[in-house]
Design a protein around this ligand. Sequence first.
Ligand code: IMP
Ligand code: MG
Length: 425
Amino acid sequence: MANTVIIGAQWGDEGKGKIVDMLSASSDVIVRFQGGNNAGHTIEANGKQTILHTIPSGILHPGKLCLIGNGVVLDPFVFLKEVDGLNENGIDTSPRRLGISYKTHLIMPYHVALDKAREAYKAGSKIGTTGRGIGPCYEDKVGRVGLRAGDLTNPDLASRKIAAALVEKNFLLKNLYGSEPLDAKTITDQVMAIAPRITPYLTDVSGAVQESVLIGKDVLWEGAQGVHLDVDHGTYPYVTSSNTVSGCGSTGTGIGPNYLQQVLGIAKAYTTRVGAGPFPTELDDKTGAFLREQGHEFGATTGRPRRCGWLDAVVLRESARLCGLTQFALTKIDVLRNLPILKICVDYMYKGHRIEYPPQGENALAEVTPVYEELPGFTEDISHCKHMEALPYNVQKYIQRIEALTQVRIAYVSVGPDRDQTIIC
Ligand code: IMP
Ligand code: MG
């Protein structure tokens, strides 16, 4: 397989974990390039479910090299918990096959505390973050005061950074948010206690990826969240704090963009969103409830019920443009079974005009009305279909319509959660 960046083409939870897991079989290196443990990548293989938040999904495949790039924010405590969980299941997580960039920023307990305190404080204008400290950690990175994984080799530097950070964080926690301040020494001790377990994983990720590419190995960049949660291009301010577009595969691992050969967008056959923010095709009715039930649309990270709605081709078209998508993987199409009609949003109406791309202004997406096209539904069980021709006519039509509306080829169709419930088109 060629070097491939995998991104979520909607608002996250498109089923990236499953597709990354599947494509890991034919890749050599799997690298995460943005986001943190706000992600929840669910993988089902041989009847067993694994949810990964931090470690690349490729870890389930023996012998593959899994890397965490500089663009990721890593909670070291969560990382070690995940390592322990994988080890209990007999999965090799040794530094021979798992690496963390020296430059990866670390999520500290004060980032988590700030994330939660801030959300609680924002009555009425909550973003609905996952409360994992993602935003505050990226703020410190951009503010040039962050603690990086490589700093764990230098206890003096690490403890100075933690103490300095807490001067500001505690002021905010105490005086603005009315919550408990945190103790610098306690946090430093907790961090230094786990440092010996983290430092063996430190790797020059840029160098490792470059070397792999040059000797002809295949690299998979595993994106998290979705394009419309991108801090620049998403539905700002209802977004995450990282760039989720494909270009971040380059900046988030330290490799030239010319090495990213294919860009695979993962799109669910309908749309979901967790947290606040505009969602033009959202269904607040029994069809929305049907999708949530049939699709088990509850957050893998927070357990929150996901908002559900029809497929939005405008959202996908925009993702294709922002990421240079070369192909789609369409997931969870089996969930649509037994709906008499299937609607696809093909364009928006905005201020009296019909538009093909989302409007540009902040929160302007909240003002659009979807223009729907209706397609006939299907009642057949498609979960065992192994090739396109085996799919009912109406399912094939639905797939073809998405390709026509987005001008992107659908290369994979997922008809169930398991690894082998995937049609390669
Ligand atoms: P944060 O990334 O925790 O700061 O949350 C910001 C927004 O992104 C919230 O609306 C979250 O629900 C959403 N979000 C973050 N990570 C994911 C994900 O992996 N899947 C879906 N939504 C996410
Ligand atoms: Mg998820």
